[in-house]
Design a protein around this ligand. Structure first.
Ligand SMILES: Nc1nc2c(ncn2[C@@H]2O[C@H](COP(=O)(O)OP(=O)(O)OP(=O)(O)O)[C@@H](O)[C@H]2O)c(=O)[nH]1
Ligand SMILES: C=C(OP(=O)(O)O)C(=O)O
Length: 212
């Protein structure tokens, strides 16, 4: 099965506020962009992915991610993360009505294409499925098969809410790179230990990382 991925991205100046202790206001937008570039690059390199749509209103990120091969969908009507995801999936299905759709956060800088393929392969067994994040509280991927709706419930405690909504939790092993989202300095250290993509490696080399 070939998937279309929908990846949401806030305006870069607002992104990654929880990284403020690790990266100051001058560095954070570049770091958020690098995470998104590595996420999109790895997603496009995945054999189970046919195309990637990024939902964003950020002009610079739109240009950079389009250059990697992503389709850019404007974030209208700008109603927050879940509205952006539902909008992105609807836009994708205007042209491919039965394409399986999966959303992926834009903050997975260690993402490995082969691990993403394993997760998508597992998701293909269910009408709607999700993968919990490394912290065990959130969600990094939510998938809907050809006849399913995403019905995204990202945000606080999204793992519990996706489970309660009837989505199947994927319990695949060996997919740490798909679970390792980066919200805090500790998350960034964990992602660096897994091995990040080239954009994040270049930007994070300039950061002071106590304890790294
Ligand atoms: N298009 C779009 N993407 C969003 C929106 N809100 C969040 N996102 C994206 O959704 C994913 C998870 O977002 P959050 O954890 O809420 O925000 P974050 O920027 O990653 O981190 P914090 O600022 O620390 O909360 C990231 O890829 C964000 O860029 C939104 O309103 N529109
Ligand atoms: C929005 C989510 O991600 P984050 O961990 O970035 O807050 C989530 O897990 O639902």
């Amino acid at each position: 099965m070939q998937w279309t991925l929908v990846i949401p991205l806030k305006p870069l100046t607002q992104a990654k506020s929880r990284l403020a202790d690790t990266a100051g206001d001058g560095l954070r937008p570049g770091l958020a962009l690098a995470f998104a570039q590595d996420t999109v690059g790895a997603a496009l390199a995945c054999a189970a992915v046919s195309d990637v749509a990024v939902v964003t209103d950020d002009e610079l990120a739109g240009r950079k991610l389009a250059a990697l091969g992503a389709r850019i969908v404007p974030d209208s009507p700008a109603g927050g993360l879940n509205a952006a995801l539902a909008h992105g999936a609807a836009v994708v299905r205007e042209t491919h009505s039965r394409t399986p759709v999966a959303t992926l956060n834009a903050d997975l800088p260690a993402l490995r294409p082969a691990e993403l393929a394993v997760v998508l392969g597992a998701a293909a067994e269910f009408p709607r499925a999700f993968l919990a994040d490394a912290a065990g509280l959130g969600t990094t991927l939510l998938a809907a098969g050809p006849d399913g709706e995403l019905r995204p419930e990202f945000g606080i405690d999204s793992r519990a809410r996706h489970r309660a909504s009837g989505a199947r939790e994927l319990e695949v092993a060996g997919v740490d790179s798909v679970r390792q989202d980066v919200d805090t300095g500790d998350d960034l250290r964990a992602a660096l230990a897994l091995g990040v993509g080239p954009y994040t490696a270049a930007v994070s080399a300039g950061l002071l990382m106590p304890g790294a």
